[in-house]
Design a binder for this molecule. Structure first.
Ligand code: GCB
Length: 601
């Protein structure tokens, strides 16, 4: 079953055993682990929770800032009831590179820190016994990793990571790990594509299995009534008077996929599917042939102590705040999130701009400042970027689209964040990446990249490949700020006139001011809540003025952790909510605006 990316589910034919909990943990700063046979078992270990980032668990700085190899281990019981089954250990993610050993033997390795992968363990497993899983992970960054950064060695011999991005390089087993037990003949992939036909819908599907027995699909509505049945590995299901999935008005059908041998069920898998189409026409964005205006946030998976570890409690609170504020969307800046986010967004009718971890392609440890200063880095002038980096980038895109393709909530792919678009060699790279996304996605969702302030028509060599133009803009914050805010507005207009002529839809994927919660100043100064309001008022005037603007996503949903530095006061403070998820005053203004835009009385 290697490479199967279906979300692990317990069904009639499948079982899932959680391997979350406390794991043994050990640092390996000199990378001696393999030589000393750590793959067969770790000695003198810590005990850490999975899922979580390791960084904020400890009280010393060496642990938080650790860069290099580190190891996890736990045991799990395998029953002989599963002898005729396929057994896989599935990792929600391992940040950033991992090698997996079971009972001392290498089972798989994976590069890329935010997407799931499986280790097939059939060949080494011992039944009715405890088995040992050991994972070696590395969190270093270079020009070929996604995200991009570099690793340096300090004079005291300790390694340190320098991210070329503005979020803390949290690492570890940050998402759930599970033992997945499936039948030998099983469903390994399921893909849907929707077409609207008046009041009815056609769902074209494709099921991949490991055997030859026939496939059947049953579709149930939200009241559990069977509304359609179809057979065949590839076919079309007609759903009469379909309830469509709409932003803030979700409807999900349950698709039950079966492999059958006459009346015997060989394998069963279920997925909740929202029926909707997505399209760009001219400078507008449509869902189900209705024009849509996106409101919401650029987000992070980030919380106190757990770092980037998946926590359903924090996720739930985030969705409640998103709904409270009247927003209908968010971007998974700057990496794919845990799969539960997408399942939740499907249920809540929240549109997702799903982003690949292609961030840091500006080769700078402070790209947020360089963006304003117009720094041209020539990241795409390095040959290695067109080889190794591109290979990793395409691999991440493959895994992302494979994982998220059926989610109704996923309406746009974001293929990079703030890359250098000024060097000529960027164009070919972008074309290849954008073509690849088109090829991978049967639903042909619009593609975009979140562009930095210097990427404007006339200078940017890459926006042409986008279906939607996404702008990260900081007029009034990183430059022309404070008392110069009126000049910011004038320059902003100049740029927007150019985009208006391009004829593509424009979404603002970032804009915001660092704001200290509770700092109210009259008249305003930067970092105060008063200044934040003046800044947002300016941006709202802009959005309302230009017809091509089809969405606004503030930066950021909540304050979040970054590397320490003179430009960051215990992290990035551009949150509309604090890191502990309480509203700053600006949240009420956005709520009023977004509810009005959504037509809420
Ligand atoms: C950006 C980046 C984002 C930063 C943000 C900022 O342009 O895309 O990762 O956090 O600016 O606040 O500087």
């Amino acid at each position: 079953m290697a490479n199967e990316l279906l979300y692990p589910k317990h069904t009639l034919t499948r079982s899932v055993v959680s391997l979350d909990g406390m794991w043994k943990f050990k640092w390996d700063p000199a990378s001696i682990g393999e030589k000393e046979n750590w793959q067969s078992g770790l000695q003198h270990t810590e005990w850490v929770p999975v899922p979580s980032s390791f960084n904020d668990l400890f009280t010393d700085k060496d642990s938080r800032e650790y860069a290099g190899d580190f190891w996890y281990e736990r045991e799990f019981f395998v029953s002989s009831d599963w002898k005729d089954k396929d057994l896989d250990v599935r990792f929600g993610c391992a940040t950033h590179k991992a090698v997996v050993y079971v009972n001392g033997k290498q089972m798989t390795s994976h590069v890329g820190g935010f997407l799931p992968f499986n280790a097939s363990i059939n060949d080494v497993v011992e039944y009715d016994a405890y088995n040992r899983i050991v994972v070696k992970i590395n969190n270093e960054l270079d020009a070929t990793t996604l995200p991009v950064g570099k690793s340096i060695t300090l004079k005291n011999g300790k390694k340190m990571v320098k991210p070329f991005f503005d979020f803390f390089n949290y690492a570890g087993l940050q998402r759930s790990v599970s033992l997945v037990i499936t039948p030998k003949e099983s469903i390994i992939d399921f893909t849907v594509k929707h077409e609207l036909k008046g009041e009815d819908a056609l769902v074209h599907y494709d099921v991949e299995t490991t055997g030859e027995h026939p496939v059947e699909i049953e579709v149930y509505d939200e009241s559990s009534h069977l509304v359609a049945v179809q057979t065949g590995k590839q076919n079309t299901i007609e759903i009469k008077q379909a309830n469509l999935w709409r932003p803030l008005d979700a409807y999900l059908y349950c698709f039950r996929v079966l492999i059958k041998d006459k009346e015997t069920i060989i394998d069963e898998y279920e997925e909740e599917i929202g029926i909707r189409t997505v399209e760009v026409k001219g400078d507008k964005f449509y869902i189900n042939e209705e024009e849509v205006y996106l409101t919401g946030y650029g987000k992070h998976m980030d919380f106190d102590v757990i770092g980037r570890g998946m926590d359903p409690v924090v996720m739930k609170r985030d969705f409640e705040l998103i709904k409270w504020s009247g927003a209908n969307s968010f971007r998974t800046a700057h990496y794919p999130y845990d799969e539960l986010f997408y399942q939740m967004a499907d249920r809540e009718g929240i549109v997702i701009i799903d982003e690949v971890a292609a961030v840091g392609f500006l080769e700078s440890t402070k790209n947020f400042l360089d963006a304003a200063g117009g720094k041209v880095t020539g990241f795409f002038n390095y040959d290695i970027v067109h080889q190794e980096t591109k290979k990793n980038h395409k691999n991440d895109m493959y895994e992302l689209i494979q994982r998220d393709k059926n989610h109704a909530s996923v309406c746009i792919w974001s293929l990079l964040n703030e890359p250098d678009t000024l060097s000529e060699r960027a164009t070919g790279y972008f074309e290849e990446i954008f073509d690849y996304a088109w090829e991978l996605d049967v639903q042909k969702r619009p593609r975009t990249f979140a562009s930095i302030g210097t990427s404007i028509p006339g200078k940017c060599n890459c926006y042409q490949v986008c279906d939607i133009v996404s702008l990260n803009r900081y007029y009034g914050w990183y430059f022309l700020n404070g008392f110069e805010l009126s000049d910011a507005e004038a320059f902003f207009h100049q740029e927007m006139e150019l985009w208006q002529d391009v004829g593509k839809p424009v979404i603002f994927t970032e804009y915001g001011t660092d704001t200290v919660n509770g700092l109210d100043k009259l008249p305003s100064v930067m970092w105060s809540e008063t200044y934040q309001k003046e800044y947002y008022d300016l941006y709202h005037r802009m959005f309302d003025y230009y017809d091509c603007v089809v969405g606004e996503q503030v930066w950021n949903f909540a304050d979040f952790q970054t590397v320490e530095g003179k430009n960051r006061m215990n992290g990035n403070k551009k949150g509309i909510f604090t890191r502990s998820r309480q509203p700053k005053p600006i949240a009420y203004l956005l709520k009023e605006r977004w509810e009005a835009l959504a037509g809420v009385q």
